[in-house]
Design a protein around this ligand. Sequence first.
Ligand code: CA
Length: 368
Amino acid sequence: MRGRWLVPALMLALAACGGEGPQRTEQGAAVQAEKSFRWKLVTTWPKNYPGLGTAPEKFAELIARMSNGRLTVKVYGAGQLVPAMEVFDTVSSGTAEMGHGAAYYWKGKAPAAVFFTSVPFGLNAQEMNAWLHYGGGLALWREVYAPFNLVPFAGGNSGVQMAGWFNREINSLADLQGLKMRIPGLGGEVIRRAGGEAVTIPGGELYTALQTGVIDATEWVAPYNDLAFGFHQIEKARYYYYPGWHEPGSTLELIVNQDAWQSLPDDLQAMVEAAARAVNQDMLDEYTARNHAAYVELERNGVQIRPLPDDVLVELHRLSDQVLGELAASDPLARRVYESQRAFQEQVSAYHRISEEAYFRARRLPTD
Ligand code: CA
């Protein structure tokens, strides 16, 4: 038996070593197709946190099924393998092959990163997805992350967020003076210029920070996620303001270590791309379905849900334009991303005035 198998095996080996080009390629592909990959995925969210934390779990489940187990991804919540704010470096170095988080957490490493989550008074979810996938945004994102040995993908979108939870009423700009607020990204810089103090704290620590008075206010996401953290139970921070001017359509990111990415055969790369795209849309669908149910629940709990006054919004918008302009001037790559996104926003806004906005208005017109 042994002798009978030895001959074909030897022939295969010879073909692999000294055969013609095409034969060698097929052989190489066959060997690669059988190889399986076990990856680690670190996140900036608590393990299985609704929406944000379940998105990478869904991604891992999809990938395992699509690849028939050839690529398996083990998901770690914040602090399980590394702290939330070390996700970028951990994937950059290859200690974990993948990460899930938000690009604006890494603005200290790459100033242009903020544009790939959300910028104040910028694109909404539908528009972000359009810019990333059909407006050159994703190619720019890859360029920004390339020096860090990372390949980014859109990995979820929260939709328009809420302005946040406050321990005081916001009736005018004066009420923002001295306000210590957890608000990351450019929104934080805007709050600073409006007279407040902005801090970045991971989600898992927010409840305690707000309850103990370490902060006066926090933004997080929107009713679905905010209800899950129980902010409505904090007696002294009962004011819940809208809209989320600072995060009108936040994209979450799936990042892959560049070397790990290149080690994947083409079919597994295609599966990662498809699963990321699926999870990106799935999160928006889930949030759209669940935010309003949570909103009703918050109202039932006596939360004071209020709009930010127009004059406050106008001033925050003015300061946002200032902050964005300065960021663009500070870094050549940030300028290119800014200009791409801004041009896209002007065009899409013009069209959305006669499509989405006009339709929302039409739907609200009284029929009786
Ligand atoms: Ca947020």
